[in-house]
Design a protein around this ligand. Structure first.
Ligand SMILES: *[C@@H]1O[C@H](CO)[C@@H](O)[C@H](O)[C@H]1NC(C)=O
Ligand SMILES: *[C@@H]1O[C@H](CO)[C@@H](O)[C@H](O)[C@H]1NC(C)=O
Ligand SMILES: *[C@@H]1O[C@H](CO)[C@@H](O)[C@H](O)[C@H]1NC(C)=O
Ligand SMILES: *[C@@H]1O[C@H](CO)[C@@H](O)[C@H](O)[C@H]1NC(C)=O
Length: 366
């Protein structure tokens, strides 16, 4: 199975599921409890109250997560200090209303989200605690227990205003304290203050109550996953940024715009654009120093070109005038950490598929 992902800097997230490709399924059980101090507990309670808006209705999804139907004009993004007066972009919504007329991906057809509402996964205290643990790590800067295998792009004469690619979807094996993902990320710079947006798929039981299904995710600078912080406006009446891709009700469907970040959330991108784009796989090892599978769990070319390989194709970017362009092949940089257990094979620009590379591997001690 493959997905096509598009991250615009100002600021739409488009997700399209492509053809069924291949997927391994495994079920893992892990332990997720964490302990916190009393003050932290109270602070979390306060945040939860802000985040969990009073729902119009509550729906249990086919995949077991509980979703609140929230009035689209009362969603948590309005709690972002710069977005109190934000006007939701209506155009995508009216286009998407047509989707609603088709079948509901949530369990029962009668269980539609009421008109004018969007599904937002109900947040529990443990979600915050896990996200906090995670966000101290996902920062792609200097955590020695995380590994990237993919391609980077940078051109000193140019700024990027979005990036896109088609990528294959897999279900890598992970344990309790590991995760494995594939993503597009755009960055305003390299230091800790730089702005970053990540979007892709991940297997991350730490973040999802022992759940090791493959899910879409978004993650941005402030340490925010999906809808856990105000900032991302959800406009799609059914699809959410944390949805499991493997659920049969979603499998093979075309998704449209799920939502967007207003430019105010990323002042740096708005004014100067992004300086670097990364496409690739990213993993975190367990405490005993074992890195999980990345992608399909096979090295690129292990079975020859195109078979069982985890791939990215059609990697492109948006320039300041909104043109979708192919990167300059000479400026593509291979980025590979933990060479023993992962690899990257870049094939350059290939007719019909565009820029293409394979990545991933079995994991192990790095
Ligand atoms: C996760 O799995 C472990 C082991 O089966 C169990 O003890 C724990 O309660 C589970 N946690 C959640 C949040 O379901
Ligand atoms: C995942 O791990 C289990 C248990 O070690 C193994 O049986 C299974 O083959 C693994 N799956 C993949 C895709 O490697
Ligand atoms: C974006 O790309 C198009 C097509 O190559 C070009 O005409 C335009 O000048 C570019 N815009 C900027 C700001 O570089
Ligand atoms: C990538 O996805 C887009 C959107 O679904 C599709 O039109 C395009 O053909 C795909 N490209 C490749 C190389 O698969």
């Amino acid at each position: 199975m493959g997905i096509s992902l598009c991250v615009f800097v100002n600021f739409l997230l488009v997700v399209v599921i492509l053809n069924v490709f291949s997927m391994n399924t495994v079920n893992y059980v892990v332990e997720g409890a964490q302990s916190i101090s009393k003050e932290e507990d109270m602070e979390l309670g306060r945040q939860l109250k802000i985040l969990n808006k009073p729902p119009i209705k509550i729906i249990l999804s086919a995949w077991g997560d509980t979703y609140d139907c929230i009035n689209i004009y009362k969603q948590p993004a309005f709690d972002h200090p710069l977005l109190r007066n934000h006007k939701i972009q209506m155009k995508p919504i009216s286009e998407l209303e047509q989707d609603r007329a088709q079948t509901s991906i949530f369990r029962a057809r009668v269980e539609r989200f009421p008109e004018g509402s969007v599904p937002i996964r109900m947040t529990e205290k443990q979600d915050f605690i896990r996200a906090r643990l995670m966000s101290s790590t996902v920062s792609r800067s200097n955590d020695p227990s995380e590994y990237f295998a993919g391609m980077g792009y940078q051109n000193k004469d140019e700024k990027f205003y979005g990036a896109t690619a088609n990528m294959s979807v897999w279900q890598p094996n992970v344990t309790l304290d590991q995760y494995s993902l594939a993503e597009i990320s755009i960055r305003s710079g390299w230091n800790d203050q730089s702005t970053r947006i990540h979007a892709g798929w991940m297997v991350n039981p730490m973040l999802y109550n022992n759940d090791s299904s493959v899910r879409y995710f978004i993650y941005w600078t402030a340490g925010c996953f999906n809808m856990l912080c105000p900032g991302f406006f959800q406009v799609h009446p059914e699809y959410t940024p944390d949805m499991p891709i493997s659920d049969p009700s979603i499998y093979g469907k075309i998704l449209n715009i799920i939502g967007y970040w207003p430019a105010e959330v990323f002042p740096l991108f708005g004014s100067v654009g992004a300086k670097r784009i990364y496409w690739g796989g990213y993993s975190r090892e367990s405490e005993d120093g074992h890195a999980p599978q990345m992608g399909s769990g096979h090295f690129p070319l292990e079975y020859g070109y195109g078979k069982h390989g985890s791939y990215f194709t059609s990697m492109q970017y948006y320039n300041a005038s909104g043109f979708l362009l192919d990167p300059n092949e000479k400026l593509m940089i291979k980025v590979l950490e933990c060479k023993k257990n992962y690899d990257v094979e870049y094939f350059g620009f290939v007719e019909e598929v565009g820029h293409i590379f394979q990545y991933g591997g079995p994991g192990g001690k790095c």
